[in-house]
Design a protein around this ligand. Sequence first.
Ligand code: ADP
Length: 479
Amino acid sequence: MFSLWLKHQCFIDGEWCDADDGATADIVDPGNGERIGSVPQMGTAECQRAIGAAQTALPAWRARTADERARIMRSFYEHMMANQEALATILSREQGKPFLEAKGEIAYAASFLEWFAEEGKRAYGEVVPGHAADRRIVTLRQGVGVVAAITPWNFPSAMVTRKLAPALAAGCTMVLKPAPATPYSALALAALGEQAGLPPGVFNVVTGDALAIGGEMTRNPLVRKLTFTGSTEVGRLLLRACADTVKKVSMELGGNAPFLVFDDADIDAAVEGAVVSKFRNCGQTCVCTNRFYVQDTVYDEFVAKLAQRVSTLPVGYGMDEGTMIGPLIDIAAVHKVEAHLEDALAGGAALLTGGKRSIRGENYFEPTVVANVKPDMKLAREETFGPLAGVIRFRDEADAIALANDTEFGLASYFYTRDIGRVWRVAEALEAGIVGINTGLISTEVAPFGGVKQSGLGREGSRHGLDDYMEIKYLCLGV
Ligand code: ADP
């Protein structure tokens, strides 16, 4: 089953194909260093062909009724769920996350197809009361056209469907460039979409050179929208590159999520929330907590309980039963965790648990907690993207809010309190697109996901997610 969906070719215009020059890139399991296989190393020409195929497929796909598109998307969802274990195996092997988390991601990824299949039927326009007696005004919502998508390695399946599902529902076609480290989950989606009945050219997957493919995607006037999830640094480059052809853009960029624990919080619940929000996917999600702020009076209790709980998290290979902390994606990610830890310890932070590479292998790092962290340390200013939790003290609510907002990022934020007035005050004051209140898990297809400040533009998921793939056209009718 695993090998059935493991595709070593790209998918353009309904055909499985190699790079024009036959070039390939090896894909390695980050958990054991084994080569899984190789995928085409494509560039400008292949990407241009894929965009052409998406443009050719557009009129017929757009002309279908929302219900016809929904039936194919529903079938796509069912194919994903019927193959959940095989897809989770591919995902865990190429990305490293524990198999159970990988299964969860496949269900989450599939949920976007199911949700947007339904939501596409409700892309209503409106009748606007006219401005003159002899005029009538009507609005239509129409798919934007050919969409180019660039996705990251941390959620190789869900980051694809979160873009693909609203695009398909809106009547758009797509060319996708998955992250170089994790192409297999995306290629498996192409195969499942084909099985579900997506016509040729509607969904194309091109693997290879990021600069060449990204360059073509941003330059090509046929592409009407670019949707990207990744770092703020690359997002800025892509935004600039899209300016010449004035594309519509969605940007899901970096985060630096704060997690506030007030003195009236349920501390045990806060510790559980802290663990899921920090250590899921080995700390490699853009909504992972990056900075913990705990009120003076409960600080010692919280850090002691957090360190105790974190010291019990089993580190291991993603496919081994019981693993909760898998490998990091590569050695550079380990180096970043080490640099942030070193900087914190040099500045006087106290190591409570973890603190070194795991004996499991070179990409593994022990889940780590450090206390007495200062707001100007690297681990509080930059996204660590690893299993390192640093805890900072705060005095009062105003202090906590000021510390939380002292960043150019604004994606997720979390806080724990049982005071209803504080819930409203803090939720309104946090500069973030997403606020988890007394919970560390906030991702779902039904809610609008996205950031403010330099964390991005646009929303994915929910009914608002469809708007990002549609344009409003207004008809002014003389009567
Ligand atoms: P991460 O830190 O998650 O690797 P990146 O922003 O580097 O984030 O990568 C996210 C995606 O963007 C990947 O698919 C990567 O190949 C792609 N990418 C990186 N640099 C560029 C670029 N200059 N042009 C287009 N795509 C890029």
